[in-house]
Design a binder for this molecule. Structure first.
Ligand code: SF4
Ligand code: FES
Length: 359
């Protein structure tokens, strides 16, 4: 089991592809240090192995080192998912002493100007390069993460080269997922089929060339897949996702489902929520499935895809994920792709709307 801890929504960057919800949690509503420590202890008791510190920007929390130390002391594998712009040598040393196991560092592009433009942070790229060096020098393994989309995907070879140059042990190339703020920018971010096919070939070639030295994880854009992903490894089966406020969700976008409410670690233990909360039970397993999922041989492979995507595209979280070619609503996805191709031909792309954190 894994636990994704969004310890804050504060973030100095302004990425248009941010998958965090439209409504962000304010600093005054964040769980305090003792609240997160309680979560860590209850996670370890529940059988969680991996504890992912994320955000927002987790380095914006002053107690991050204390929380990492507490997680390590409770036997959890600790992963920090960061943009790196707030990392300093002192903080890096403190994180290592606290027992951090792994850091994933995100980049917006390989080119410094483009990277700063997509991240909405002047000088951010240079800070990320410095952060990568600090991570490598500390002896930790480094994963570099590049979120790709229509407007940067043509730089994919340069991104792979940068990941290699920085000494990554793993490079993650992740196409934008259209949730939260990113859904608002979908029409400006979704790549064309031609771009996607070129990217797939570049990744295949890089995998062959870097085999045995650097692992490449590749997340394709849902809309072009014939079958959906097993979102979160199946609803309520492998992951807990905790918002800065302490609300516990089966996935990061679950709050978009209007009919559902979610419990908080302020009121109940993690174990009680995992085992008894109706929200976790709602789409767990296969009993909830409509046809054709109910009789499909992939129902225990992809668990019917993504509930939040079914809501976003078909208007009902209990429908088959429209990304699936067997979904009665798959034509919705085909129409979005066709519109993209037409807009690209006419050069009529909408502007990117940056995400801005306002406290
Ligand atoms: Fe997955 Fe349902 Fe599509 Fe089968 S019909 S591949 S279970 S989403
Ligand atoms: Fe909610 Fe996929 S993001 S189920």
């Amino acid at each position: 089991m894994g636990l994704i801890a969004e310890i804050t929504h504060r973030c100095p960057l302004q990425c248009a592809y941010c998958a965090n919800p439209l409504e962000l949690v304010r600093p005054t509503e964040e769980l305090d240090t003792s609240g997160w420590k309680r979560v860590i202890e209850q996670a370890a008791e529940l059988g969680v192995l991996q504890f992912h510190f994320t955000g927002g920007e987790p380095l914006a929390r002053r107690d991050l080192v204390e929380l990492v130390a507490h997680a390590a002391a409770n036997g959890l594998y600790t992963n920090l998912i960061t943009s790196g712009v707030l990392l300093t040598p002192d903080l890096m040393a403190a994180l290592v002493t606290a027992g951090i196991d792994h850091i994933q560092l995100s980049f917006q592009e390989a080119d410094p100007q483009a990277s700063d433009r997509f991240g909405g942070y002047n000088g951010g790229h240079a800070k990320k390069i410095a952060a990568a060096a600090m991570i490598r020098e500390s002896g930790l393994s480094l994963t570099t993460n590049f979120v790709v989309h229509r407007q940067n995907i043509d730089s994919l070879p340069a991104m792979l080269a940068l990941g290699e140059e920085l000494g990554s042990e793993r490079i993650e190339i992740a196409h934008t997922q259209y949730y939260g703020w990113a859904l608002r920018n979908r029409d400006a971010l979704l790549p064309t089929r031609e771009q996607l096919e070129a990217a797939n070939a570049i990744v295949d070639e890089a995998r062959a060339g870097l085999a045995g030295r650097i692992a490449i994880d590749y997340v394709v854009p849902d809309y072009y897949a014939a079958r959906p992903k097993a979102c979160m490894g199946g609803w309520g089966q492998r992951f807990l996702h905790i918002l800065p406020s302490g609300k516990v969700l089966p996935c990061h976008a679950a709050e978009t489902i209007p009919s559902m409410t979610f419990a908080s670690v302020r009121d109940q233990s993690l174990a009680a929520i995992w085992e008894h909360d109706p929200a976790f039970a709602r789409f767990r397993g296969t009993a909830w499935m409509p046809d054709p999922c109910r009789s499909c041989d992939r129902r225990e492979i992809d668990w019917g895809g993504c509930r939040c995507q079914a809501l976003a595209l078909a208007g009902d979280a209990a429908r088959v994920d429209p990304v699936c070619a067997r979904s009665p609503e798959h034509d919705l996805v085909e129409a979005i792709i066709a519109t993209r191709d037409r807009d690209v031909t006419s050069g009529d792309l909408p502007p990117l709307v940056p995400r801005r954190y306002q406290s």
